[in-house]
Design a protein around this ligand. Structure first.
Ligand code: ADP
Length: 593
């Protein structure tokens, strides 16, 4: 970049011109005035000296006539346009002749002043002169009276001298101004050039090292520009350090933000952040899923645009107004689920507003309901046999004990109910063990066919008593991996149910299938069947399709629940098919061997 384009350069030069021109012009003008006045007073002095000398010479003469002759001689030697007269007070010369020159009004006035005061001196312009002359007069006493010597001297000579001096002065001043200007330009150039280089490189965004080198070079100078460059070098160093630490902090902050975002996005709970005006600041995918918030709703929308549950919005409002935590449990409108809302207000700071956390507590509530149902189911199951036992005992105590036959009947009932209680408690204990996983299973290779035949043998007498046909069909040998006791329990429960729910003349078949998907046991009956809509519920604890009749048949209501959990533990797939009035079919498919 050249100096011509430098603003600073032109500012310095402009300042020089601004200050130096009036100063030099003023100085020259003052000097010119002074020289002019000096020239004028010198001229006056010369004229007066000449006049004095002339008078001395004239006074040496004996009479005015000789004085006139002497003046004539002096007049002959006059140069530079000077003129001189010897006159009496009326303007006549020593010979008594009138001197026409002195008739001029201005010279006559000088003569009058001289006659009156003894001397006169002033610049006048006689008619016969083209420019001003200095007119001087002096009274002189000659024999026979007072005479005056009047003389004129052109002012041009003095003015010429002063003009020549002035011209010289102007030339010298101009030369000095130009030299001063050049010096100033050189000085400005030495200041501006390095600054230009620095500014150019700093603006051009050169590499940090190049910038540092350039600043180091300039900082070698021993003047203020060097100081500025070295200060800039230090500043650059500090700046780089600061940029690096900011970059590090930025990276760390970015990583934390990523981590936080990843955590929030992977949360099952819904998390929404809002500001004081209830505008959405953040919402995670969990909140969109739980509250069915569409993709069109983004940060910046109002909360009421995203969530349209009045109780929800009221709780948020309340929390923001009171500045305290609020919770609300509500039934979600779409799915039949329970949500727990927690609103945590943020009272101060740049993120003032609230954090809203929504949790799906349906499972917890379901478990609670199941626990309640279980307790009431257990109580109910225990109550019936206990009531019977209590009634029998009371009857016996009230005298029935005396009658051996009656006593035997009651005692038999007490025994039956006690047995039922025991079976119930054993079933409950087993279910608890299987559910909690504490039932230890010894999975080994078994012949499921042999095991099935064995179990059916146990039930043969019962089946015959009820007039049912119980048979085992299918393959002779069915190897499968399972726990023997568990398979016995599963089969016993299924066969027991089939027998219980099949009327006399019916048939119960245990079919053994060796399929490609794995060894399969099917327990089929021609009994009462189960309504299709209730097929999903028969595996619940204490659930019975025909409550009273099932109970009458001695069921605890836990059999299929135990079967379900054992099958899960053995990785056995259990399915059920049934048609009301036609019969049921339970299929247990074991894992492939
Ligand atoms: P329970 O001890 O009462 O038999 P379960 O849990 O074994 O209890 O069975 C639950 C209910 O499922 C029974 O009460 C009965 O109503 C129904 N059920 C089970 N197996 C059969 C079947 N083979 N035929 C008809 N109903 C059945």
């Amino acid at each position: 970049m050249s100096l011509i384009r430098s603003k600073l350069f032109w500012k310095i030069v402009g300042l020089y011109v601004l200050l130096s021109v009036p100063a030099i012009v003023g100085l020259v003008a003052a000097l010119q005035t002074r020289m002019h006045s000096n020239a004028v007073s010198m001229h006056e002095q010369q004229v007066q000296d000449f006049l004095r000398e002339t008078i001395q010479r004239l006074q040496q003469q004996s009479d005015p006539a000789t004085a006139g002759e002497e003046l004539q001689r002096i007049r002959m030697g006059l140069t530079g346009g000077r003129r001189i007269w010897l006159t009496d007070s009326r303007g006549f010369d020593s010979r008594g002749l009138p001197q026409s020159d002195l008739n001029d009004a201005v010279l006559a006035s000088v003569l009058r002043t001289t006659v009156a005061t003894g001397s006169g001196l002033r610049y006048v312009r006689p008619q016969w002169e083209s420019s001003e002359v200095l007119a001087a007069g002096q009274r002189v006493g000659l024999a026979g009276g007072d005479w005056s010597v009047i003389m004129t001297s052109p002012a041009t000579s003095a003015v010429d001298v002063s003009q020549q001096m002035s011209a010289l002065l102007v030339k010298s001043a101009t030369a000095a101004w130009v030299i001063g200007g050049l010096c100033m330009a050189i000085v400005a150039g030495t200041i501006v050039s390095p600054l230009q280089v620095m500014s150019q490189k700093l603006h051009a965004g050169v590499q940090r090292d190049d910038r540092g080198d350039m600043l180091l070079n300039v900082s070698d100078r021993s003047d203020e520009v060097g100081d500025v460059a070295s200060a800039l070098y230090q500043l650059e160093d500090e700046l780089q350090d600061r940029i690096h630490s900011l970059e590090r902090a930025g990276r760390a902050a970015g990583a934390s933000v990523d981590l936080l975002t990843a955590v929030l996005e992977s949360m099952i709970e819904g998390v929404i952040a809002i500001d004081r005006e209830q505008r959405l600041v953040f919402l995670n995918p969990g909140s969109r899923r739980l509250l069915s918030i569409g993709a069109a709703i983004q940060a910046g929308h109002r909360l009421y645009e995203a969530v349209r549950i009045p109780a929800f919005l009221e709780t948020v409002e309340e929390s923001l107004n009171s500045g305290s935590l609020r919770t609300l449990e509500y039934r979600a409108p779409r799915e039949n689920s329970h949500h727990l809302l927690t609103v945590i207000p943020i009272l101060r700071g740049p993120h003032a507003g609230a954090v809203i956390v929504v949790r799906d507590v349906s499972e917890v509530r379901q478990l609670e309901a199941m626990r309640r149902d279980f307790v009431s189911g257990v109580s109910h199951e225990l109550k019936t046999p206990l009531t019977v036992i209590q009634a029998c005992t009371e009857t016996l105590l009230n005298g029935a004990l005396e009658d051996g036959e009656v006593a035997r009947r009651f005692l038999t009932q007490i025994e039956e109910q006690s047995e039922r209680l025991l079976q119930l408690i054993l079933a409950m204990l087993q279910l608890a063990r299987v559910e909690s996983g504490s039932e230890i299973l010894h999975v080994e290779l078994l012949d499921l066919a042999e095991l099935s035949r064995d179990v059916c043998e146990d039930f043969r007498a019962v089946a015959e008593n009820r007039g049912l046909q119980l048979e085992v069909s299918g393959v002779d040998s069915l190897p499968g991996r399972a726990d023997e006791q568990a398979v016995r329990t599963i089969l016993s429960n299924l066969v027991d149910n089939a027998i219980k729910h099949t009327a006399a003349g019916g048939q119960v078949v245990v079919e053994l299938r060796s399929s490609a998907d794995g060894p399969t046991l099917v327990v089929r009956d021609t009994g009462s069947g189960i309504p299709e809509e209730l097929l999903g519920r028969i595996f619940e604890r204490f659930y019975r399709v025909e409550r009273d009749r099932s109970r009458e048949r001695g069921g605890s209501g836990l059999g299929l629940a135990i079967v379900k959990h054992l099958c899960q533990a053995l990785q056995v797939t259990l399915t059920v098919r049934s048609k009301l009035g036609e019969g049921s079919e339970f299929t247990a498919r074991f894992p492939r061997v």
